[in-house]
Design a binder for this molecule. Structure first.
Ligand SMILES: NC(=O)C1=CN([C@@H]2O[C@H](COP(=O)(O)OP(=O)(O)OC[C@H]3O[C@@H](n4cnc5c(N)ncnc54)[C@H](O)[C@@H]3O)[C@@H](O)[C@H]2O)C=CC1
Ligand SMILES: O=C(O)C1=N[C@H](C(=O)O)C[C@H](O)C1
Length: 265
């Protein structure tokens, strides 16, 4: 069976790789793309795009109304991604969302919607297998080290901070440790933000620099020792096996899955 796919954000850094992935995968077919402009063209008329005939839309609702599709892959911006996901569910198209910047409240609202419609959806803050392992191992380590700080490092075109991966890592760690306000009880910031952002007592530091792609360290500290888990994505191809896995799995789901670790064997 062929899976018919819409890609939102096809000219972006991730979107380009996703177009390539769909073309290379025999069981996948590119049904349409949703770009922020270029409506009425076909994919091959967009700059640096392969010889692909699928139509380009600049409006998700129109695309969903006019396209026979099974899955939407969204790789856009936090604001657009939230709208696209809801519209896809309304049109019975299963979303695979790589776009980050979703709050826990957003995720819960979307979970309710998928359950009401009995339709699968996947929100994956990170598609790279190494990043999933970093998150899972961090949760395991937090059982033994209750003090942790997250340092995420990304390219300077990133819109959201902290990264979706850092937010998800913090929530996985906080699931297994008792509430802990880290640092000295009397500590005070002489410069706002010096201690980073805080999620339930755990601190996240966001670095943005040209030259970086996507990197994260999770530092644990205990009496007389520290322990560090680090993951580096050197390029966006690192995310594509996870995108493929998510598309294959979302077809068999009837609720929202938040995080690829929930569908990895
Ligand atoms: N889950 C994961 O493993 C990964 C997630 N990401 C996330 O994916 C998203 C995209 O990242 P990049 O490709 O690096 O960004 P990018 O800035 O290179 O691409 C975003 C694309 O979305 C398009 N876009 C914006 N609004 C749109 C709309 N309303 N409709 C259609 N297209 C629209 C832009 O024109 C642009 O081409 C970000 O949220 C990022 O955090 C990035 C890498 C890995
Ligand atoms: O914007 C990016 O580049 C990335 N975004 C995701 C995130 O926010 O965690 C995944 C990865 O870190 C790359």
């Amino acid at each position: 069976m062929t899976t018919k796919i819409i890609i939102a954000g096809p000219r972006g850094k991730m979107g380009k790789e996703a177009v390539q992935l769909v073309r290379e995968t025999e069981a996948f077919q590119l049904a349409a793309v949703v770009d922020s402009k270029n409506a009425g063209k076909i994919v091959k008329e967009l700059p640096d795009m392969p010889d692909e005939q699928a139509p380009v839309f600049d409006d998700m609702r129109t695309c969903l109304e006019e396209t026979d599709a099974d899955v939407l892959i969204d790789l856009t911006t936090p604001a657009a991604g939230k709208q696209h996901l809801e519209l896809a569910l309304d049109h019975h198209v299963r979303p695979v969302v790589g776009t980050t910047g979703f709050s826990e409240a957003d995720v819960e609202k979307l979970r309710e919607k998928t359950e009401a419609k009995e339709l699968g959806a996947i929100i994956a803050p990170n598609f790279a297998v190494g990043a999933i392992l970093m998150m899972k191992l961090s949760q395991m380590a937090a059982r033994y080290f209750s003090d942790a700080e997250i340092i995420e490092m990304h390219h300077d075109n990133k819109l959201d901070a902290p990264s979706g991966t850092a937010a998800k890592t913090a929530s996985l760690i906080n699931e297994v440790r008792p509430h802990k306000q880290q640092g000295h009880p009397d500590e005070k910031e002489d410069l706002d933000g010096a201690r980073g952002a805080e999620v339930d007592g755990l601190h996240i530091h966001s670095v943005r620099l040209p030259g970086l792609v996507a990197h994260q360290e999770v530092l644990f500290g205990g009496a007389g020792q520290t322990f560090k888990i680090r993951h580096d994505s050197m390029n966006r191809q690192s995310f594509m096996p996870g995108v493929k896995l998510a598309v294959e799995n979302v077809l068999h789901l009837n609720t929202l899955v938040y995080g690829l670790e929930n569908i990895m064997e």
